[in-house]
Design a protein around this ligand. Structure first.
Ligand SMILES: Nc1ncnc2c1ncn2[C@@H]1O[C@H](COP(=O)(O)OP(=O)(O)OP(=O)(O)O)[C@@H](O)[C@H]1O
Length: 335
């Protein structure tokens, strides 16, 4: 288990990590999500004792990293895949790591096999592609057969086959009961991989929840309806107790209500030109949640095209806990 308590890191005026508290548990994949510059790498570096916290504490199975005996056998990490001596072969790089950390040298062959690098084990790392470099970094993380694994943006720059492989590897590791903590700035990637989500923005904790809960709260479903008789349909929907919002030329009806809307329109003899169920993407939900904390915006300083609390018109959200909805940024709607 990784326990992070009030963790804070300041670089001069810059608050890179701001009072973070959360726990990373075994047997599942915990996604660590945040826009660029949110503080993910800094947090991971502090877990490994590579950066000293300004305040707060990190415990790995109850101890600080520097108190761990044979740390590579407790926690393995891929932080920067390029941090390899390019003049060494993959085999020698791992062998040095093993010898320096009291790990039996037979593990070198085993991890090279796991990551699929055995055929190029004797080749110098400087000739490796990005994907091969990532695999070598992961081999290093697995070398001590640790119970806890941390991967910082492991799929960055990988081709679809490499992404698929890393995803499956993480699932296998979590399935073996290990703790898997993986950072990303892509919600779409996390949605396919993580069981639990920790979201940060500008160093602050924005969400700590199961993936299933995040999806349930943030995947807004609605029905897009186009009709030449908008006023009549809106009145009919209102009478039937269905919530509709005008979004330009179309009406958006809350919920999975296509059948009710279609039947209602047929009963009232209202012509429909479109009746289509919609679901907002998790990427949009993530952007809504982090919009205010994105460090660098394109489009002249405006947040990206996704809706953010301050630009999107807020209309009544689905029934539920108002405070929780606010926290989750789920009250935004794109008109
Ligand atoms: N050594 C440092 N000195 C000064 N500022 C730093 C240092 N390391 C990180 N920062 C700043 O701290 C903030 C958090 O950086 P960090 O690399 O942890 O974010 P991140 O979430 O990992 O981002 P990315 O997804 O872009 O890798 C950024 O604003 C960064 O510029």
């Amino acid at each position: 288990m990784i326990e992070i308590e009030g963790l804070t890191k300041r670089y001069g005026e810059k608050m890179a990590v701001n009072n973070l508290t959360f726990t990373v548990r075994p047997g599942i994949i915990t996604g660590f999500l945040g826009p660029n510059g949110a503080g993910k790498s800094t947090t991971m570096r502090m877990v490994l004792g590579l950066d000293r916290p300004t305040a707060g504490d990190v415990r790995i199975d109850g101890r600080r990293y520097d108190q761990l005996k044979d740390p590579l056998t407790v926690v393995g990490a891929l932080l920067d895949a390029k941090a390899v001596h390019g003049g060494r072969s993959a085999y020698n790089h791992l062998l040095c790591l093993a010898q320096a950390n009291g790990i039996p040298s037979r593990r070198v062959g085993e991890v090279l096999d796991t990551v699929g690098l055995t055929p190029v084990a004797k080749k110098k790392a400087k000739g490796f592609s990005l994907g091969m470099g990532q695999r070598l970094g992961i081999a290093g993380a697995l070398l001590g057969d640790p119970r806890i694994l941390m991967f910082d943006e492991p799929v960055n720059g990988l081709d679809p086959e490499g992404i698929h492989w890393i995803r499956n590897l993480m699932k296998t590791l979590a399935g073996q009961g290990r703790t898997v903590f993986v950072s990303s700035h892509l919600m779409s990637e996390m949605a396919l991989t993580a069981d639990h989500l920790v979201v940060i923005g500008q160093g602050r904790l924005l969400a700590d929840t199961s993936m299933a809960d995040f999806i349930a709260r943030n995947s807004r479903s609605y029905v897009r309806v186009r009709t030449p008789e908008r006023e009549r349909l809106r009145d009919a929907l209102h009478e039937a107790g269905l919530t509709a919002v005008e979004a330009g030329e179309v009406l958006e009806v809350e919920g999975d209500a296509s059948e009710s809307v279609g039947e209602l329109a047929a009963r009232k003899g209202i012509v429909l030109h479109e009746l289509s169920p919609q679901r907002a993407s998790l990427e949009e939900a993530f952007m809504g949640l982090t919009a205010e904390s994105v460090e660098y915006h394109a489009h002249g300083g405006q947040p990206p095209a996704g809706p953010g609390p301050e630009q999107a018109a807020v209309i009544p959200g689905p029934p539920g806990d108002g405070a929780a909805q606010q926290q989750w940024g789920s009250e935004w709607r794109q008109r």
